[in-house]
Design a protein around this ligand. Structure first.
Ligand code: NAD
Length: 364
């Protein structure tokens, strides 16, 4: 079967890792027609916008997209392209498997976690009001009147919306994922002891949804700070984690660290009718154009995409080839070598070449 997929190369190392991933996906034996769309810094130069309307049009038409990382400058006036895409397309579930592949150097012997992060609300949605503006002062006055709490007048203010509907649907997604992928346990992560209304609502929603899966999937909850410690000490005790947006963002990097770093952490943003696949890592600007960084996270995001497209055989073949190359430890990038300055480390392109070569052998 033929598939049409929107391909967004992204900024910094984006084009390098995306090209490597595209070559690997094509070599997995699927018929994909790629529709390249530019977003980010290159789109600013070409179209005067970081996120031209044609990108949305293409994703809405094709329903499936794969994207390299896109820079979000720190400071005022820049809304993250990544957040805009997830929110505007209602890609509410962020799926981030963190699996330890044999041959990756880490402190752990067994990690196989899946992070499911709510993608559309919470502090991460970026609803913020700048210090000094009249409307910010008005908000501060209003909140003081309503709550009785004093807020310093020279504050910026951020809003943390957490809804029953968004909480319920992400937790349902987590349980359905657990069932479909033969997982045993879902752990909800929150800070409901302090944020009683927002995280409290999230926790109540998770408990309600969990009732529907009683006897089929185990359920528990953890406070986010404790969860961080537990994950560092004994990650093998956890399975599927479901979290609101901001905690999900932070724990994604923590869990990527457990399985060897950002170079091997893939991701997907999934909605009811479409999906956008991307690595957890960013555009790592200092490595741009050096053919140095690890393409694995982007290739494994491609594996997730192939599974979403129903191409399980191709996905298995590609994942097997990646895990073989990593386990061999020869044709891998610097971050997968025992010593980071190992002169035997290969480049982004050469690691992808090794994966493609292995797939050819697997087919025989
Ligand atoms: P980053 O993930 O780009 O890089 C942090 C460090 O991680 C790098 O310096 C490098 O040492 C390592 N790293 C990242 N990817 C790697 C790879 N493929 N192989 C080997 N090592 C790798 O994080 P940052 O420096 O905080 O962010 C840079 C830019 O990327 C920012 O503008 C940020 O907003 C953006 N960003 C985008 C996305 C996205 O598009 N989804 C995600 C995160 C960050």
């Amino acid at each position: 079967m033929s598939h049409k997929v929107t391909l967004i190369p992204g900024d910094g190392i984006g084009r390098e890792v995306m090209l490597a991933a595209k070559r690997c996906i094509d070599a997995a034996g699927v018929d994909i027609q790629w529709e390249e769309q530019i977003a980010g810094q290159e789109a600013v130069k070409k179209f005067g916008s970081v996120l031209p309307a044609r990108v949305f049009d293409s994703i809405k038409k094709n329903k499936v997209a794969i994207k390299g990382p896109i820079i979000t400058p720190v400071g005022k006036g820049f809304r993250s392209v990544n957040v805009q895409l997830r929110m505007s397309l209602d890609l509410y579930a962020c799926l981030r498997p963190c699996k330890l592949y044999k041959g990756v150097k880490t402190r752990y012997s067994q990690v196989d976690l899946v992070i499911i992060r709510e993608n559309t609300e919470d502090l991460y949605a970026g609803i913020e009001f700048s210090e000094g503006l009249t409307r910010t002062k008005n908000i501060i006055d209003y909140i003081e009147k309503l709550s009785g709490y004093l807020i310093k007048k020279d504050s910026s203010v951020g809003i943390k919306p957490i809804s029953i509907s968004a909480s319920r649907r992400i937790v349902k997604f987590a349980f359905e994922y657990a069932l479909k992928n033969k997982r045993k346990k879902v752990t909800a992560v929150h800070k409901a002891n302090i944020m009683k209304e927002t995280d409290g609502l999230f926790l109540n929603a998770t408990r309600e949804v969990a009732k529907d899966y009683k006897g089929r999937i185990e359920f528990e909850d953890r406070i986010v700070d404790n969860m961080c410690m537990q994950l560092v000490l004994k990650p093998e005790l956890y399975d599927v984690l479901v979290l609101p947006n901001l905690y999900g963002d932070i724990l994604s990097d923590l869990c990527a660290g457990l399985v060897g770093g950002l170079g091997v952490a893939p991701g997907a943003n999934i909605g009811d009718t479409m999906a956008l696949f991307e690595a957890v890592h960013g555009s790592a600007p200092k490595y741009t154009g050096l053919n140095k960084v690890n393409p694995t996270a982007m290739i494994l995001s491609g594996v997730l995409m192939l599974r979403y497209l129903g191409e399980d055989k191709a996905a298995d073949r590609l994942e097997k080839a990646v895990s073989y190359v990593i386990a061999k430890g020869k044709d891998v990038t610097y971050d997968l070598k025992v010593e980071r300055d190992d002169p035997g480390a290969v480049g982004t392109k050469q690691m992808a070449d090794a994966v493609i070569k292995r797939m050819k052998n697997l087919k025989k």
